[in-house]
Design a protein around this ligand. Structure first.
Ligand SMILES: NC(=O)c1ccc[n+]([C@@H]2O[C@H](COP(=O)([O-])OP(=O)(O)OC[C@H]3O[C@@H](n4cnc5c(N)ncnc54)[C@H](O)[C@@H]3O)[C@@H](O)[C@H]2O)c1
Ligand SMILES: [Zn+2]
Length: 362
């Protein structure tokens, strides 16, 4: 039984709820003609959920073929894109053959990229199974793989034909991954939806676990907020950049700690604290927000300061990574600050030293 809500996202819909994986076949049937379907997943998600999706797809008269790839960021390679192409060839895919991405943001980015580039673009359906992917990565049509040392260097925009986020899948997610994803929820709330922040603050227990009673509303609110900004800025020319709140420092911490030692959302949590401090100095954010964000991060079990990270990066390493930031000019960094929660502003001249001092006070 599926119990779900849908959020319209321009040309497609995001379905959010429980039992939603079992509707994969029906979703396909409304968007493609019967034939082969390539299901792409990873070695952690496959054993848990592939059968459910396969059954549903088969029941809708499609012929499911599965490709199970190694899990984690290392999945996002051109080599694995070739593996998707090879399978598409071997199943006799044509321009209408759909690809289904079942997994976290890595699977979505890879399968979406392969679908975007095969025959100049075939349809794909996204079944996100991590909190990060459900509230963030699955919406907006960005797809990419990594190239050599660089993250997401090769990519295109290619919106899925549908997104179906099954909240039940969050129950098997390692706790640390769940919390890390929650950091993106707080990012969305602070940058775009202050009411969401306040509702979480009033009942952190309601979101601290996948079974939490506020999880469905929270995921729906994040998707709605992301659809709003993305819809206004499909190609990331302007407004969409506000979704990088907390990410300038977050990316530098993540890279300086060595990818994997610190999870993305954990680094972003500390990055949001830095961005809030800078916002109090530069854009008039009320000082109380520093304590409110810290309090909520602590209540949820997310890091607040750099010392809370599993691997504490060296100041010099963070400085080096900040200096490489794409948005830096003449020692000044463009970053998203807040005038108030829900009122983000892109400030283009924050001195790199000031950014560093927000994490490593002198
Ligand atoms: N396209 C975008 O707009 C966008 C936005 C944000 C992030 N991303 C990308 O998303 C990726 C990160 O995504 P992620 O955090 O979902 O990572 P991930 O896909 O690596 O998933 C995290 C881990 O959880 C496992 N897993 C996934 N679902 C599970 C489940 N339900 N139960 C048990 N285990 C499960 C995975 O196998 C993996 O080991 C990055 O590559 C990032 O660049 C893309
Ligand atoms: Zn992020």
């Amino acid at each position: 039984m599926s119990d779900s809500r849908t959020v319209p996202a321009g040309a497609y819909e995001v379905r959010i709820g429980t039992g939603v994986l079992e509707t994969a076949g029906a979703i396909l049937a409304s968007r493609a003609d019967p034939g082969p379907v390539l299901l792409v997943t990873d070695e952690n998600v496959g054993p848990l959920y592939l059968d459910r999706v396969r059954e549903s797809v088969r029941a809708a008269d499609f012929r499911p073929e599965a490709l199970v790839l190694p899990a984690g960021e290392r999945l996002k390679t051109l080599e694995n894109v070739r593996r998707v192409y090879d399978r598409l060839l071997s199943v006799g895919a044509d321009r209408g053959t759909p690809v289904v991405a079942l997994g976290g943001g890595t699977v979505g980015d890879l399968a979406g990229f392969a679908a975007a580039t095969w025959m100049r673009g075939i349809p794909w359906i996204c079944l996100p199974t991590t909190l990060l992917a459900q509230v963030d990565a699955s919406v907006g049509g960005k797809t990419a793989v990594n190239y050599r040392e660089g993250k997401n260097l090769v990519g295109v925009f290619h919106e899925p034909s549908a997104v179906a986020a099954d909240l039940e899948t969050l129950r098997t997610l390692p706790e640390r991954e769940f919390l890390s994803g929650f950091s993106e929820v707080l990012k969305t709330a602070l940058a775009l939806d202050p009411e969401l922040f306040i509702s979480i603050e009033s009942d952190p227990g309601g979101v601290a676990t996948p079974e939490g009673r506020r999880i469905p509303d929270t995921v729906v609110a994040c998707v709605r907020a992301k659809v709003r900004v993305v819809g206004a800025d499909l190609r990331e020319a302007g407004r969409r950049r506000v979704l990088n709140f907390g990410h300038t420092v977050g990316h530098a911490l993540e890279a300086a700690a060595g990818y994997g030692g610190v999870l993305h959302g954990e680094a972003v949590a500390v990055g949001m604290m830095a961005a809030v401090r800078l916002s109090v100095k530069r854009t008039g954010l009320a000082p109380e927000w520093e304590a409110r964000l810290a309090g909520l991060l602590r209540a949820l079990g997310l890091p607040v300061e750099r010392e809370d990270l599993a691997v504490v990066p060296e100041r010099e390493a963070v400085a080096r990574h900040l200096a490489r930031d794409k948005k830096i000019r003449g020692g000044r960094i463009a970053m998203v600050l807040l005038e108030a929660p829900g009122r983000p502003r892109i400030v283009t001249d924050v001195p790199a030293v000031q950014v560093l001092e927000a994490v490593y006070p002198p």
